[in-house]
Design a protein around this ligand. Structure first.
Ligand code: N01
Length: 551
């Protein structure tokens, strides 16, 4: 445990919280402005998501060449991705390479957690404290805290009583854990559970998957990348990046390895024979090839029937296939999962599915897990139970803006900010890929770079303009929040039967609000650029802050 000893105040131009992709690039850009910045990171190394989520099978669902930085041409040329969709170890190596290549580590304080950030009106500075007793003072703070970085553990009776090993996918130990021949329980069937199932099944003596809600998951197109593949990409990076930036989800579609622009063809007009033909040809892929699946419930229900048909074909035991088939929420409501051999795993002798809807948990006990129907004994329980997404990591920090207002209280009825970048009442506090921006609905690296570039330009503008503070006007914030909600209307993301972490529905007591911005990466970038070009329209800069104070 870290013992906090109060330390002398240290002053910086910017304090950055988090050394994932966002924090690393932010630090690099701040140095480019000649600013003195420090990055505070809870882990003992860089990488963020790719540092913490080192469970077996962890892999990106965006192609590696696209899920990479574009800001340095030499970096692009020198790094060779080995697979179409990179695994966690490879992305972690890449993040370390970036940290070393740009000499970033000397300004990063590891194994340190930010505990509070308080705006001091008199000095127009933030006071940032850490669990090591540091007091960091800076006019600007950038939260690079990630969208899925606050792990959730379920509240099941007796969890501490278990005598075996309990482990979370999102806090997987660096030294690993030997699951060979072990009796393993896996709780949760979101991306983390679905990705780890086949890998754990390969080594465990027996794997029991506890499922509360079945998942829509699509097979990954992963494969090794050849020298020709890499040469082709490296010759065309410029076009690829340009396409990403203008696209809807920040993906250009290299090698057809991931979803690109939304489809335009419709499912409903197809005859049953035509639908069957598409299904026979594309399997699971057929259920995400049509535009109306995302907007028309009738089409969505048809797609669900098609999906169920493929599950029945893949999973040998009809009862297991039935349990694995989602029935009560639409395709496209939750983040689509990408897997390698998920359904096939349930054909193995050493894998059992427990449907928690048939037999809910009673308790975790010394030897394992008791449900209403059985006692299951284990050596290891793996919790793949998700995150308090988008606001969780920010709300863990005691952030207080003007007049001592707490960000957590301001956001009690859902996050409110302008462009996902700044919240009224919290001057000079930027959030990279914050709620209200495309963030989790996009290729994160593309959205991170866009935000970091925007923030860098904004800070340069303020310096040239002699501005000390920036924050959104309440009116701009209100308009943006309305717009974010409006564009999500009518999509499956907000269907009444949808309960996703996008909506905060996975966190008991969290208000139901669709948090990311669905308007598209290209359109969003254009809006941000326009705002900047109009002298930061919707923001109140420097001396004009009295107007904000009077609201
Ligand atoms: O978390 P989740 P995740 N009893 O919230 C279950 C990204 N990601 O870590 O649906 C029993 O999706 C819960 O059940 P239910 C990606 O954006 C990306 O898997 O609430 N079960 C659910 O099945 C992803 O969407 C990759 O009924 C309980 C599961 O736990 C996001 O991270 C890889 C329970 C949680 O699923 C989150 O994914 C991994 C309880 N008390 C993650 N509480 C890539 O591929 C929860 N569950 C890039």
């Amino acid at each position: 445990m870290t013992v906090a000893v109060e330390k002398e105040r240290e002053t910086f131009d910017v304090v950055v919280v988090g050394a994932g992709a966002a924090g690393l690039y932010m630090l690099h850009k701040l140095r480019g402005l000649g600013m003195r910045a420090v990055v505070i990171e809870a882990g003992d190394n860089v990488g963020g998501t790719w540092y913490w989520n080192r469970y077996p099978g962890a892999r990106c669902d965006v192609t590696s060449v696209e899920y990479s930085f574009s800001f340095d041409k030499e970096l692009e040329q020198e790094w060779n991705w080995s697979e179409l969709m990179a695994s966690q170890p490879e992305i972690e190596r890449y993040m370390n390479h970036v940290a070393d290549r740009f000499d970033l580590r000397r300004d990063i304080r590891f194994e340190t957690r930010v505990t509070s950030a308080t705006w001091a009106e008199g000095s127009r500075r933030w006071l940032v404290t850490t669990d090591r007793g540091e007091n960091l003072v800076a006019p600007q703070v950038v939260m690079a805290t990630g969208c899925l970085s606050s792990p959730l553990k379920p509240d099941i009776d007796g969890m501490d009583a278990f005598n075996g090993t309990s482990i979370q996918t999102s806090l997987w130990p660096k030294e690993g854990i030997d699951l060979t021949g072990k009796r393993v329980a896996l709780i949760g069937t979101g991306s983390s559970g679905v990705q780890s199932t086949p890998e754990i099944a390969k080594i465990a003596g027996h794997l029991t998957v506890f499922q509360r809600t079945p998942t829509y998951t699509w097979p990954s197109m992963n494969r090794p990348l050849t020298e020709e593949d890499l040469a082709k990409v490296k010759a065309n990076y410029e076009t690829l990046r340009e396409t990403q930036r203008k696209s809807r989800v920040g993906i250009a579609g290299s090698f057809n390895g991931a979803l690109i622009e939304p489809p335009t063809a419709k499912l409903l007009p197809l005859s049953p024979e035509e639908r069957q033909e598409v299904l026979d040809k594309y399997g699971f892929g057929a259920t995400r090839m049509f535009a109306d699946i995302a907007t028309d419930m009738e089409a969505n229900i048809l797609a669900r029937e098609m999906y169920a048909q493929v599950v029945r074909k893949m999973v040998h035991d009809p009862e297991t296939a039935r349990k694995l088939t989602p029935i009560d929420y639409p395709i496209g409501c939750k983040r689509g999962v990408v897997d390698q051999d998920y359904f096939e795993s349930f054909n193995r002798e050493n894998v059992t599915l427990v449907d928690l809807r048939d037999e809910p948990f009673v308790a975790v006990n010394e030897t394992g897990i008791k449900t209403t129907k059985s006692q299951y004994d284990f050596d290891v329980i793996v919790y793949a139970t998700g995150f308090d997404a988008m606001t969780g990591a920010l709300n863990k920090i005691d952030i207080r803006g003007r007049g001592g207002e707490k960000l957590k209280e301001k956001w009690a009825d859902g996050p409110r900010n302008y462009l996902g970048l700044m919240a009224t009442g919290f001057p000079n506090l930027f959030t990279i890929t914050g709620p209200g921006s495309p963030s989790v609905l996009s290729n994160m690296l593309v959205s991170i770079e866009q935000h970091v570039d925007w923030i860098t330009d904004c800070l340069a503008f303020m310096r040239a303009d002699g501005d000390e503070t920036i924050e959104p006007s309440l009116e701009a914030e209100d308009r943006w929040v309305d717009h974010v909600n409006q564009v999500a209307e009518g999509t499956m993301y907000v269907a009444p039967s949808c309960n996703s972490w996008y909506l905060g529905a996975n966190v008991p007591g969290k208000v139901r609000q669709f948090m990311p911005y669905i308007g598209g990466v290209g359109a969003y970038r254009q809006k941000c650029d326009e705002v900047a070009a109009k002298g930061y329209e919707g923001f109140v800069l420097g001396k004009a802050r009295e107007a904000v104070g009077a609201r």
